[in-house]
Design a protein around this ligand. Structure first.
Ligand SMILES: [Zn+2]
Length: 287
């Protein structure tokens, strides 16, 4: 299937909490798990009235342990549906929308949304970018966020790095000093990579870190020089800002990394949108 799942397919596959729990158990433990207490294979059956499975020997497995739903009182199907919503949109989902769609309180919706964002970021991971002879990596920084609860400016400085045609990574940096910004690039990108940036002083002397570094001079309205440009990362910034400003009233400094993780996940799967939901469903930590 190369089309994303639609809402009817979702409810056919996951008609209730039990179907979701069976799915979770199967995904995390396989169809014939061996009991770690007695060694019997495939003997687990569902416990009545508990979201757990038991072996004939009495050993229990709780499929929700170690997932974002662990200890949640929200029914599992609502969690699944919330994850579905997160992968069915381009620009993100607000807590208000989760509240409306799931019929939960705003506070509960807000918590679910953040847990899912965190999970998306974890699934996306942060493998180092580039490599000698590999694709050009564009690096740039942007001011992201908005106002805090008191209406005061609460923008964060975000460093973004993207492999042309490949993966993207972001990092909130505490300031614009060269040592901080260039040091963060050096942590995230493999040595020997060709890095393209503008002529901002934060990126000055990147070559001293073992990179091939070329620049365009935005101040002089130079946007492309041969292979050197930062169009990919700038495209990401405008999409991210549109997503954040269009969907959320305000995004605090504190929670910004979660939104960044969410948008990185979406960006990195941009060519395989239909896989977003299946990947989220299949990426819970190994028990
Ligand atoms: Zn057993």
């Amino acid at each position: 299937m190369s089309k994303p799942m639609n809402i009817q397919q979702f409810f056919k596959l996951f008609p209730d909490d039990d179907a979701c729990l069976d799915h979770l158990f199967l995904t995390r433990y396989g169809s014939e798990p061996a009991c770690e207490r007695c060694g019997e294979i495939g003997a687990f059956h569902r416990l009545a009235n508990h979201p757990a499975y038991t072996c004939n020997c009495g050993h229990h497995i709780h499929p929700m342990a170690g997932t974002p739903f662990e200890r949640s009182r929200t029914p599992l199907q609502k969690w699944y549906y919330a994850m579905f919503l997160f992968t069915a949109t381009r620009n993100g989902v607000s807590a208000k929308e989760i509240q409306r769609q799931l019929g939960v309180t705003y506070k509960c919706a807000w918590r679910i949304a953040h847990k899912i964002r965190e999970y998306m970021g974890a699934v996306d991971g942060n493998d180092r970018l580039g490599g000698k002879g590999g694709p050009i990596v564009e690096a740039d920084k942007a001011f992201i966020g908005g106002k805090d609860k008191r209406g005061e400016d609460d923008k964060a400085i975000v460093l973004g790095m993207v492999e042309r045609g490949g993966d993207l990574m972001t990092k909130v940096v505490p300031n614009r000093r060269r040592i901080v910004v260039s040091g963060s690039v050096a942590d995230a990108v493999k040595r020997g990579t060709h890095i393209a940036t503008d002529e901002g002083t934060a990126f000055f002397k990147l070559s001293e870190y073992g990179f091939i570094h070329t620049t365009v001079n935005h101040a002089k309205k130079e946007y492309v020089r041969g292979e050197t440009h930062t169009n990919t990362i700038e495209g990401f910034w405008s999409w991210l800002k549109r997503g954040i400003n269009g969907t959320h009233v305000w995004v605090s400094h504190k929670h910004l990394p979660k939104y960044l993780g969410e948008f990185e996940f979406r960006f990195n799967l941009r060519k395989q949108g239909h896989l977003m939901f299946p990947i989220l469903l299949a990426s819970f930590p190994r028990p």
